[in-house]
Design a protein around this ligand. Structure first.
Ligand SMILES: CC(C)(COP(=O)(O)OP(=O)(O)OC[C@H]1O[C@@H](n2cnc3c(N)ncnc32)[C@H](O)[C@@H]1OP(=O)(O)O)[C@@H](O)C(=O)NCCC(=O)NCCS
Length: 192
């Protein structure tokens, strides 16, 4: 390995402020907020422990897992507005490959206002400013246009399509890979 793990990932901040949002670590007390919107279908596939019907203890398990995960490799920020958790952005960092995979979600009634884009951009900025990681990427179900747009607006480009790479509700689906390198991010960084 060329670069020391700690140097690469140790400095991601637990709290990030943007124009409209506070991003901060997930707390156990967020379980009620998560439960209030996580029963939506599309969330289910994003929450590894989720069962149908989604129950409060599933939300408790989710926040506990996110909270207990190693911040250096699996940080999750709750997106907070007016003191309530309304969504999240997470990273799965592979220090040995100097890259991080993004995941995110927003509660249904607040979508379409650019809030997830604002949160994702802020996290991407922190990755490139505070770590030595060289690449941020995401996987998306291509018909999930809203998610595709979030990745594109964060500065990513489509790099590949993994055919029949994911099982969702018993069906094999394709996944598109979007990614950006530090050099793709730099022009945007000049506007920070
Ligand atoms: C994907 C998701 C996080 C987007 O959240 P959001 O806060 O609405 O995102 P933004 O408002 O920042 O951007 C949404 C973009 O998608 C577009 N969009 C939203 N719904 C759309 C639709 N049904 N068809 C086409 N475009 C759509 C919006 O117009 C916007 O793009 P624009 O700025 O070019 O107009 C949200 O839909 C969600 O939580 N989905 C379920 C979880 C999920 O799919 N997570 C991603 C897993 S890869």
């Amino acid at each position: 390995m060329g670069v020391d793990d700690e140097v690469q990932v140790a400095k991601l901040p637990a709290a990030i402020r943007t124009r409209r949002l506070t991003l901060r670590r997930v707390r156990l007390e967020d379980a009620d907020d998560v439960f209030s919107f996580a029963c939506e279908d599309i969330w289910m596939r994003l929450l590894p422990d989720a069962r149908q019907p989604y129950q409060r203890r599933d939300a408790e398990r989710w926040v506990a897992r996110r909270r207990l995960a190693d911040w250096r490799t699996e940080p999750t920020w709750a997106i907070e507005i007016d003191g309530r958790m309304v969504g999240w952005v997470g990273l799965n960092i592979e220090p040995e490959h100097a890259q991080a995979e993004l995941s995110y979600a927003m509660r249904p009634d607040l979508r379409g206002q650019g809030l997830t884009t604002e949160a994702v951009r802020a996290v991407v900025d922190r990755v490139f400013l505070d770590t030595q990681l060289g690449r941020v990427w995401g996987r998306v179900d291509p018909p999930n246009i809203a998610s595709v747009r979030v990745l594109e607006k964060a500065g990513m480009q489509r790099e590949a399509v993994m055919r029949r790479a994911f099982v969702r509700q018993g069906e094999l689906i394709d996944l598109a890979v979007y990614g950006m390198l530090r050099t793709d991010w730099m022009p945007r960084a000049l506007d920070l």
